[in-house]
Design a protein around this ligand. Structure first.
Ligand code: 6MZ
Length: 405
């Protein structure tokens, strides 16, 4: 009997769901589950802006297997920053911070993420909680989670009843301290102090720093000194790049486009260990990046949403991703990329969905390609070489046991 398209889709989904994955680009507050956000908003009497939670796209898609490939909740760049303004009002004490951290870790583990780098901007979330306590809390939850994962894995390895589909590797977690570019330079320096201090503790999970936040605010160069200091202290760095339109060349006099171009050039010159998104690069800058070979953290659903690529396509993420300005070039060139979720709570996605979307949208992406991208992205991780080698070995062994689809 020949297989239907629906069977193929199911098989692909199951394969991707069970494969070990690497997540290098996820913002903690952007991981908040929608039901948790609603619950906390109720508890804390926070009014959530109705426009951000209404269903805008009613697709007439009757393909149930692929129905998650439609963005029923489109969120533009402005919408997501409106959400980032309201989420911290709900996550305003130790209990809620612990909760969103634990739930985020559980969600990634449920999607068989074997190595996670989670990032967050330290916040004084209320009068009695310092930025240091904010970071300490996340690190404590991560350590506890890793211990439980290790125990589960040991038991699973010795149990005769576990099957390939229920088996997954124990999730290892590392943390990046973020700088929010819409904040002050003073705040950024405070965050760098914390990142450096925590990274120097024994067995620290803090391995790097990130610059993110609203790309229309301030400038990368304002925050470069804080990032340079972290790098000198041994931390790895990643910078969000090219999220707003960039001038095609030096002759373009539109001040906004020219500023964006100068900023990308300054980021390239800094040469971070990785780049976030690198989305709207004109050809000359794409070529420059090809020379630099700085690995890119690409986040398909997030990119489709913030660039509104599916807006005129009934919310179809697959067609939206085919309009991605860079992805096909990177895939054709075997450019070093990892695939991330960015803000799974805000963009209604998960680690499995991102890889399935990639395979369905981009020409020539097979399950072999997905395995290669995932294994390759271990090389871009900010953890030490020992853990990278261990991850590569465990993941390689796991892939060898998986039946091809
Ligand atoms: C730039 C982003 C982002 O740090 O409070 N953030 N920055 N571009 C994006 N793409 C859409 N998505 C998230 O997590 C939320 C913060 O992460 C950054 C923003 O600074 C946002 O406020 P934390 O845990």
């Amino acid at each position: 009997m020949t297989k239907s398209k629906e069977d193929d889709d199911k098989e692909l989904y199951q394969f991707v769901a069970s494969m070990p994955k690497v997540e290098l680009h996820a913002h903690l507050n952007g991981c908040i589950r929608e039901e948790t956000l609603f619950d906390l908003a109720r508890q804390k009497n926070v009014e959530l802006p109705a426009k951000l939670f209404s269903l805008d796209h009613h697709t007439n898609n009757d393909d149930h297997v692929n129905s998650f490939m439609y963005n029923v909740k489109p969120r533009s760049l402005t919408d997501c920053f409106d959400m980032f303004a309201v989420i911290p009002k709900c996550v305003n004490d130790l209990a809620s911070l612990e909760r969103i951290t634990r739930e985020a870790l559980q969600d990634f583990a449920n999607h068989h993420v074997a190595y996670l780098e989670l990032r967050s901007t330290p916040k004084r979330i209320n009068q009695s909680l310092s930025k240091r306590q904010y970071v300490e809390t996340i690190l404590r939850v991560m350590k506890e989670f890793q211990e439980v994962e290790e125990e589960r894995y040991q038991q699973q390895s010795t149990s005769t009843s576990s099957t390939e589909t229920t088996t997954r590797l124990p999730m290892k977690c590392r943390f990046l301290v973020s700088i929010d570019r819409s904040g002050s330079v003073h705040e950024a320096q405070e965050n760098a102090d914390l990142a450096i201090e925590f990274s120097q503790q024994p067995n620290s999970l803090v391995v790097g720093m990130d610059i993110g936040g609203n790309p229309t605010k301030n400038d990368f160069t304002d925050f470069k000194p804080a990032l340079s200091r972290a790098r000198k202290a041994g931390l790895k760095t990643t910078v969000h790049c090219g999220e707003v339109p960039v001038a095609a060349g030096p002759d373009d006099t539109d001040p906004r486009l020219a500023k964006a171009r100068d900023e990308v050039l300054a980021i390239f010159e800094f040469r971070p260990d990785r780049l976030g998104h690198a989305l709207l690069l004109p050809e000359s800058l794409r070529n420059e990046l090809t020379t630099l070979q700085v690995p890119v953290e690409s986040c398909p659903t997030s990119n489709v949403m913030t660039l509104e690529l599916a807006k005129h396509m009934g919310g179809d993420l697959i067609h939206g991703l085919r309009q991605h300005p860079q992805l096909q070039y990177w895939l054709d060139d075997n450019y070093p990329i990892s695939i991330g979720t960015d803000d799974p709570g805000v963009f209604n996605t998960d680690a499995t969905q991102e890889l399935v979307l990639l395979a369905k949208a981009q020409e020539g992406v097979t399950t072999e390609t997905l395995k290669r991208i995932v294994l390759d992205s271990v090389n871009h991780a900010f953890c030490n070489v020992e853990l990278k080698d261990q991850m590569k070995q465990l993941m390689g062994e796991f892939f060898a046991t998986m039946e091809q689809v």
